[in-house]
Design a protein around this ligand. Structure first.
Ligand code: ADP
Ligand code: MG
Length: 335
């Protein structure tokens, strides 16, 4: 069978099953945004790794090198944020085609350094090799988390509210702008910025993990329609999501109206927004949101509800009616 028939997630399930026997007590391995590695009686390490490959994750002449360096680290920090962790250090491995300009690589590292500095993340090591054709960037990040405080995908309860910490669809909108080579208007550039310079919600994740009413958590990398399914599978639940409640920025609304784009589709299945997706104990939204607003100066967005059907289905609502949707997020081999 070809990997394209199996798909990314079933392949990961196979690996995970094969190595289950080696997993030690106290560790959480494959299946969450980070692994959890016991460290002391007070803290755990959270560890993640993510790879970006030229022409798959980025097109070299479409993203400025500084932004490429920034984004490569940002997507990894976002996985630390998704656990409620604080990043401590990163490792950077790069495969570089021989004709690459050193000035280009310096600019990549400048962007990487800027974001490292913002969250005080040390660069602890890595590996450098030649690559035949494509630039390959692999980053691993370690962070710390108070013992027992890390939020897993398996922690959703029935009747929890499903919430996100920011707008959905801007990054996918930015990708559309680039693919259609639209002119450099302020709105278009804003969407491209969301695609190239996502802000990892580190402080938001740490804050949320300090609140016991926050149950499951992950980051939105593939699109909420795909990412929430991971929470539902791990928690053996289903959910009702309301398309009309997905938070969409005015910028995306304006641009989508102008070009006839389907905003519901961008917001539900567009990936790479790197906001946090979490479930919140029923009845807690007002109190939690008040604290969040006092800390971050903006609101959380409720988008739906968890229920106790075990099938990991998302039932979408639009205009108060259930709709049948084939919205899917991103799978590397199937999309
Ligand atoms: P994320 O988008 O949060 O980085 P992924 O969907 O890439 O998560 O991965 C899901 C889980 O599968 C993670 O726990 C990740 O560490 C694990 N995983 C992915 N690929 C592999 C692999 N080749 N070997 C082992 N674990 C993997
Ligand atoms: Mg993730």
């Amino acid at each position: 069978m070809k990997i394209s028939e199996l798909g990314e997630f079933k392949f990961i399930d196979r690996i995970s099953g094969m190595f289950q026997d080696l997993l030690l007590p106290g560790y959480t391995g494959i299946g969450d945004d980070c692994a959890i590695v016991p460290y002391s009686s007070e803290e755990d390490y959270v560890v993640t790794t993510d790879m970006l490959i030229e022409d798959i994750h980025f097109i070299k002449n479409r993203i400025p090198p500084e932004q490429l360096g920034y984004k490569s680290l940002a997507v990894n920090l976002s996985d630390i944020a998704a656990m409620g962790g604080r990043p401590v250090g990163s490792y950077l491995s790069i495969g570089i085609p021989a004709e690459t300009e050193v000035e280009y690589l310096d600019a990549v590292m400048k962007g990487y350094h800027d974001l490292s500095q913002k969250y005080q993340v040390q660069l602890l090591g890595g590996d450098t090799t030649k690559s035949e054709k494509h630039l390959v960037i692999n980053i691993a990040v370690i962070g710390t988390c108070k013992k027992g405080h890390a939020r897993l995908r398996s922690m959703a309860w029935s009747n929890d509210m499903v919430c996100v910490t920011g707008y959905l669809g801007d990054s996918a909108g930015g990708l559309e702008v680039m693919l259609h080579q639209l002119p450099e208007t302020k709105d278009h550039m804003q969407l491209i910025r969301s695609h190239h310079l996502p802000e990892p919600h580190i402080n938001e994740g740490i804050w949320l993990a300090q609140h016991p009413e926050v149950h499951a958590m992950m980051d939105v990398s593939d699109g909420i329609s795909s990412d929430l399914v991971h929470i539902l599978k791990a928690s053996k639940k289903s959910a009702v999501l309301d398309l009309d409640m997905l938070p969409v920025s005015d910028t995306l609304k304006n641009v989508a109206t102008k070009h006839g784009w389907n905003v519901d589709k961008l917001a539900s299945s567009g990936g790479e927004d790197y906001v946090l997706l979490f479930t919140l104990k029923a009845g807690n939204f007002e109190k939690t949101n008040k604290g969040f607003r006092a800390t971050f100066g903006r609101d959380l967005f409720p988008v739906g509800e968890i229920n106790d059907e075990a099938g990991a289905e998302i039932n979408w609502i639009k205009n108060g009616q259930q709709i049948f949707s084939n919205q899917h997020g991103f799978d590397h081999f199937r999309t």
